[in-house]
Design a protein around this ligand. Structure first.
Ligand code: IPE
Ligand code: IPE
Ligand code: MG
Length: 251
């Protein structure tokens, strides 16, 4: 039985988020420039997106560029931005064939102009696709997102348009970048690093975390299946005890 068949379609996460990490190490271990790793990571994005869409996952969020990544050497940042533009262009066919709608979260207005323009164009061209949303986190940082939500809420209350008493977590979520997207049930990070690196801090409150030793350019459909099977074998208690969440079995 292949791995895909071991996945229970009734227990599929509706939203999977991935911290795609390890491109640089993948390249340097081959004596290549770091950008070679980023280039090879595109195939992993293609495989993971199509595998998730085929399974029936509704939302896939990929951490593509963090706000902190601007601190990298300029040549690497430029190479990443160029690759983004090229990939958005070249992968339009894959997105259309697989009926995938592109979205993006992050401080998009501060991306380089050509990246922003290409991003908006691809988002627009795929807007009527409805099998799965592929959400790119670009110039994204969880703390930025939360602080931005707080700033906008404060502005609304200062203007008298929002009663501070009404601010609760349900309202707060409406000010986040992910306002129409359910929280990820499964968060995957590749490359063996066991940290979150400022990704979806609010949204992963109850996500199952899965750390894969594979470097991102080596990540393939079967690695995604393995992560989902692992997730499906966990008990998600949300603060309750086991007995409260076990399905009632027929006597
Ligand atoms: C992830 O791979 C891609 C981005 C952060 C843009 P890295 O570039 O972080 O690769 P490592 O972690 O240095 O190997
Ligand atoms: C996280 O990876 C950001 C992305 C995958 C886009 P990093 O490689 O930037 O994270 P750190 O620096 O190891 O925490
Ligand atoms: Mg890294």
């Amino acid at each position: 039985m292949d791995l895909k068949e071991k996945i229970d379609p009734d227990k599929l996460p509706s939203h999977i988020a991935i911290i795609m990490d390890g491109n640089g190490r993948w390249a340097t271990s081959r004596g290549e420039m770091r950008v070679f790793g980023h280039q090879n990571g595109v195939e992993s994005v293609r495989q993971t997106s199509t595998a998730a869409a085929e399974l029936g996952v509704k939302h896939l969020t990929l951490y593509a560029f963090s706000t902190e990544n601007w601190k990298r050497p300029k040549c690497e940042v430029d190479a990443l931005m160029n690759l983004l533009v090229l990939t958005l262009n070249s992968e339009l066919g894959t997105l259309m064939e697989n009926n995938i709608r592109l979205k993006a979260i992050g401080d998009l207005a501060h991306l380089q102009k050509n990246c922003y323009a290409q991003l908006i164009e691809t988002i627009d061209k795929t807007k009527d696709n409805n099998r799965m949303d592929l959400i790119l986190a670009l110039n994204y940082s969880g703390r930025w997102e939360i602080a931005e939500a707080a700033r906008r809420i404060a502005a609304e209350t200062a203007a008298g348009r929002l009663d501070p008493e009404k601010v609760d977590s349900e309202l707060f979520e409406k000010y986040l970048e992910t306002k129409d997207i359910p929280d990820p049930e499964l968060l995957i990070r590749t490359s063996g690093e066991n940290r979150i690196s400022n990704f979806l801090l609010w949204q992963i409150a109850y996500a199952e975390l899965y750390f894969s030793p594979k470097l991102w350019p080596d990540f393939r459909k079967n690695d995604l299946y393995e992560a989902i099977i692992d997730y499906q074998n966990r008990e998600r208690r949300f603060g309750m005890i086991s007995e409260q969440i076990k399905p009632v079995t027929d006597k």
